[in-house]
Design a protein around this ligand. Structure first.
Ligand code: ADQ
Length: 510
């Protein structure tokens, strides 16, 4: 079902296009790269490929005409204001997001949101069907588009369909709350290959197939007969392929004289603290910013840290501001920052430098180079690219990473200073351990983490993903999963880390 426009052998579909429409003071509009995890990851993958990207342009109304941007063909999908509210803010971010992130805030269920989710997913499937060449590879991204695989297969049985989940896939007990659980699973089972950040996510999905749909799974595959007219039995593979960052690109950027000079400038503008703590997050309740600020406030209260010697720079990327939980979070954080600064700042030095805006890549790299301790404390996170970006930028082996054990990144960055963000005493102790660790200890940790990210960068992620999609339901010839030895070694390290984290909180009486 192509309508005479250009078609492509590789089509990526994600909720958003990788660009935002920016209108300058003279009213001139341009498309600029949008910030965020998915775009950061896919940017280097798409570079130089003759491919199309299907996604929403970010504004309500008719879809703009398709256009080219740096070799990439962008096919916008339109959404009305009501659809943005019901599909994006509602079902995606107020139903699925909380359920997939441990219900940190309660999920809302509305039948009209679900209907709109179905309508918009169908529109995406049609847009993909239009630009996919015969036998094309289609890579669908994330929780907003879980019905697209089956809808697309119905329109275009000739294409190969993969889906990748950037966020956690929840345990069956949480997933089961969704009134539309069966339709969501059947939507996903239209794919040939389903990729997850962690093995636990893939296993949760397979368990959902068994327990809620009574399907048969074998190893990492599930076999089922689609409902409706198509009686063919299909086997779908579900497996973990953890996402990563462009290690070489970031490392090279962080090595440029401009970024190094800018890092020094940032420190100087903060009054050259001895220790600069840094937090960089999308403004989201999953990121544990509240818990981090609570721990920091208590450290200030206990006089364990104080400005001007120690200061915290918290960068927060605003988003989803029309969803209640996000508005509440932003207001609360801003009140907390105001209170902490009122109480603990001194003349010429602020306890927290709070920056709520989007920054270009080189400025982010300069912040990473400038920071002595990077605080990554989510309550739940599929991966967390910020942790890996920080590591990639530390060519000098300087800095220390404080990392929550509830991130996907934790499973790879075992040498970080690990914390349980719910355990405020533990977080305080971990921050102090990171601040006071001997330099050779910090360098050793950073070196090992850098090797890990360098060996498993975003290019490797993408090629493993595409190989897995091409050979599904069989495994590709190359390894996509850790060998048994690696798994055992990771489990040993996990246990050792958890014991260290428990000992830290026991010492504190927490
Ligand atoms: P996110 O939840 O958006 O991603 P994360 O992985 O940390 O979280 O990615 C955020 C990205 O935005 C990073 O590349 C970061 O550098 C960038 N960023 C943050 N603040 C910024 C700012 N102020 N200005 C400019 N850029 C900023 C989702 C999942 C994650 C998963 C990713 C990728 O929730 O778990 O790691 O997708 O799969």
């Amino acid at each position: 079902m192509t309508l005479g426009g250009p078609t492509f052998d590789l089509v990526v579909a994600a909720n958003r296009l990788p660009v935002d429409l920016v209108i300058d003071a003279d009213g001139k509009s341009t498309w600029e790269r949008s910030p965020g995890g998915l775009v950061s990851a896919m940017e280097s993958v798409m570079e130089g490929r003759d491919a199309a990207w299907v996604g929403w342009a970010g504004e309500s109304g008719e879809a703009p005409e398709p256009f080219h941007q740096h070799d990439l063909y962008l096919q916008p999908v339109g959404m009305s204001a009501a659809e943005i509210q019901e599909f994006y803010e509602g079902f995606s971010n107020d139903t699925l997001w909380p359920i997939y992130h441990d219900v940190i805030v309660p999920a809302s269920f509305h039948r009209s949101w679900w209907n709109t989710y179905r309508t918009v997913n169908h529109r995406f499937a049609q847009a993909i069907a239009q630009v996919a060449a015969q036998g094309a590879t289609v890579w669908v991204h994330d929780y907003q588009l879980q019905l697209v695989p089956a809808m697309l297969r119905a329109l275009r049985p000739d294409v190969r369909i993969g889906w990748f989940n950037h966020i956690p896939f929840p345990p069956v007990e949480l997933f089961a709350q969704l009134p539309w659980r069966r339709a969501l699973v059947e939507g996903l089972l239209g794919a040939d290959f389903l990729g997850f950040q962690r093995t636990a996510g893939a296993e949760n999905f397979l368990r959902v197939c068994r327990r809620l749909l009574g399907l048969t799974t074998k190893g990492d595959t599930v076999t089922f007969t689609p409902p409706g007219d198509d009686p063919a039995r299909r086997t779908v593979r579900a497996s973990a392929i953890p996402i990563s960052v462009d290690f070489q690109g970031l490392s090279a950027l962080a090595r440029t004289p401009a970024v190094i000079a800018r890092a020094a400038e940032i420190r100087a503008s903060l009054g050259n603290p001895e220790i600069l703590l840094l937090g960089v997050d999308r403004l989201d309740y999953t990121k544990g910013i509240r818990h981090r600020l609570k721990a920091y406030e208590e450290l200030l209260r206990d006089k364990a840290v104080s400005p001007p010697t120690v200061t915290l720079m918290q960068v927060a990327l605003p988003n989803r501001e029309r969803v209640d939980a996000y508005r509440v979070l932003r207001d609360e954080l801003e009140r907390t920052v105001g209170r902490i600064n009122g109480e603990y700042s001194v003349l010429g030095s602020t306890a927290i430098h709070y920056l709520r805006r989007s920054y270009p890549r080189d400025e982010m790299a300069a912040m990473f180079v400038a920071a002595d301790v990077m605080l990554v404390t989510p309550l739940r996170d599929g991966m967390n690219l910020v942790a890996k970006e920080y590591v990639a930028c530390r060519n000098d082996l300087g800095g220390a990473l404080v990392l929550s054990e509830f991130t996907g990144a934790w499973h790879e960055l075992q040498q970080a200073f690990i914390c349980n963000p719910h355990d405020i005493e533990g977080v305080k102790l971990t921050i102090m351990r990171a601040i006071t660790a001997p330099e050779d200890d910090r360098r050793r940790r950073m070196k090992t983490m850098r090797k890990r990210v360098a060996d498993n960068d975003v290019q490797r992620w993408a090629s493993l993903y595409l190989d897995s999609l091409a050979s599904a339901p069989l495994k590709p010839h190359r390894r996509t999963r850790a060998s048994d030895d690696e798994v055992r070694e990771a489990e040993r390290a996990d246990r050792a880390n958890l014991r260290a984290s428990d000992r830290a909180s026991e010492r504190s009486g927490g």
